[in-house]
Design a protein around this ligand. Structure first.
Ligand SMILES: [Ca+2]
Ligand SMILES: [Ca+2]
Length: 183
């Protein structure tokens, strides 16, 4: 069954915003190197700081699990088409995806209390170049104005909705800081 335009729009948004950090049109290792630098700048972690090193290790793990899943002999680049192919089966969270999801959660939960709060979320979105008023609005929506704790369980539920659901009303659609996928 062909993927809906709505799901495709969500996948391409994540591809462009969260994976192809240097906007080269493909995902490669440099995107992850740049993402570390951008995140640590926002957090105020200098190069050489333990937190910088930890983030760097986490991003390189993300790259590694992704490239092992996608890598073809010809290059070390992942095209938008290859990326979208990864999400054909929305019912199953694959191993590489779980690794990615857990690291993304940890990166956002800077305080380490196992809940992502609004400022933690907005900070990570900002490092990926997302306007903070939009990411704040997204957080307000998926946290039901702060009434729902964004813990790992809720994060995984939203993750499944983001990558697998065709329902525009699902809260998971907002988890990457975007509030609308219409046109
Ligand atoms: Ca790139
Ligand atoms: Ca937290």
């Amino acid at each position: 069954m062909a993927m809906s335009d709505f799901r495709l729009a969500k996948l391409l948004y994540v591809f462009e915003r969260f994976f192809d950090t240097d906007k080269s049109g493909t995902i490669e290792k440099d995107d992850f190197v740049l993402a570390v630098a951008q995140l640590c700048k926002i957090r105020g972690w200098p190069v050489g700081d333990a937190k910088y090193e930890k983030a760097s290790t986490q991003f390189m793990t993300m790259w590694d699990v992704l490239r092992k899943r996608c890598y073809k002999e010809d290059d070390e680049k992942i095209s938008p088409e290859e990326f979208c192919q990864l999400w054909r089966n929305p019912d199953k969270v694959e191993d590489w995806e779980r690794t990615y999801m857990e690291i993304m959660f940890d990166l956002q939960d800077t305080s380490g209390d196992n809940v992502i709060d609004e400022d933690e979320f907005v900070g990570v979105c900002e490092s990926y170049g997302i306007n903070s008023s939009e990411s704040r609005a997204a957080f307000q929506t998926f946290s039901h104005r702060g009434r729902v704790n964004v813990d790992k369980k809720y994060y995984e539920k939203m993750w499944r909705e983001y990558f697998g659901s065709d329902n525009p009303a699902d809260m998971g659609n907002f988890m990457f800081g975007k509030t609308s996928f219409g046109d």
